[in-house]
Ligand binder design. Structure first.
Ligand code: ADP
Length: 268
């Protein structure tokens, strides 16, 4: 591999110049490597559902076999998975681009959680999961994009729902500590092995390839969450005592001191 580097020698001025050139070259190369990795990952993820669809359709065309309704439904699921992949990729690309158009205004994190919980409560009920909400008795203001904050909360909640068996509990907590605001989603479900924990926010990372793909996951949900939280100047973390012992996901945002804006009503 060709690498752009210049020798760092000569006068102090020349050395400084050479050093900054080399640092720039290294940054460019790393960006290029990441771009290539992303393309390879995307190609890999698209290939599986496409292969299933293509080989089945080919076999039908060639009169090798006919499909009954349930088999057609399986193929349809593959197209839905492809749609989800394309949507998630689009969202991730947007969220990771630094020019993500954030419509920022003072938002009360409590209201975001209430809206998200309201939306997912029926799903929890259907699946026999208890949804517990713990909000402080005062507004916790964040300078954020209401719709994006909602997306973060919904993503964490739907992950928790997917990974918690019936009878389990999901607890959503909002807290204000010093100049930070935190949103915590804790579940009593599958849990995550220590070896997987550092990677769960990486794109396409799955703790169980087959099971997660079948459950409709694209491996992009948490990558999107991280990119959105970071676009708000915040950070994310994941904790779990281990497999089968539940997981806790936390997003921390800089707190804003302003009062709620009255026009915050456009939650998507
Ligand atoms: P996916 O869309 O495939 O679920 P995510 O990016 O949302 O991908 O999650 C990445 C990995 O972390 C997945 O393998 C998933 O199984 C695991 N994971 C995410 N949330 C939880 C949770 N609440 N409990 C256990 N495992 C989780």
């Amino acid at each position: 591999r060709f690498s752009y580097r210049v020798a760092e020698r000569g006068s102090q001025e020349l050395r400084t110049l050479a050093q900054s050139f080399n640092a720039m070259a290294a940054a460019l190369e790393s960006a290029e490597r990441q771009r290539q990795n992303l393309l390879a990952d995307v190609a890999h993820e698209l290939r599986t559902p496409l292969t299933v669809l293509q080989s089945n359709l080919r076999a039908i065309l060639d009169d090798v076999y006919t499909l009954d309704k349930s088999e057609v439904a399986r193929l349809y699921d593959q197209t839905r998975h492809l749609s989800r992949l394309v949507n998630d990729l689009h969202e991730l690309a947007q969220a990771e681009a630094r020019q993500l158009p954030l419509d920022r205004r003072p938002v009360d994190l409590n209201e975001v959680v209430q809206a998200a919980v309201e939306l997912l409560e029926p799903v929890a009920e259907l699946e026999g999961i208890h949804l517990d909400t713990r909000l402080p008795g005062h507004p916790v203001m964040v300078n954020g994009d209401g719709a994006r904050l909602m997306q973060i909360c919904q993503n964490l909640l739907s992950n928790a729902l997917r990974h918690t068996p019936a009878g389990g509990t999901i607890t959503v907590t909002v807290e204000a500590t010093g100049d930070e605001a935190s949103l915590t989603v804790a579940d009593t479900g599958d849990g995550i092995e220590p070896g997987h924990l550092p990677h769960v926010f990486d794109r396409f990372y799955r703790t169980s390839q087959a099971r997660d793909r079948d459950s409709g996951g694209t491996g992009l949900g948490l990558a999107i969450v991280r990119a959105l939280v970071e676009a708000h100047g915040g950070r994310v973390s994941a904790h779990s005592p281990g497999q089968g012992q539940g997981s806790t996901f936390r997003a921390i945002f800089p707190r804003s001191s302003s009062r709620p804006s009255e026009s915050w009503s456009s939650l998507a």
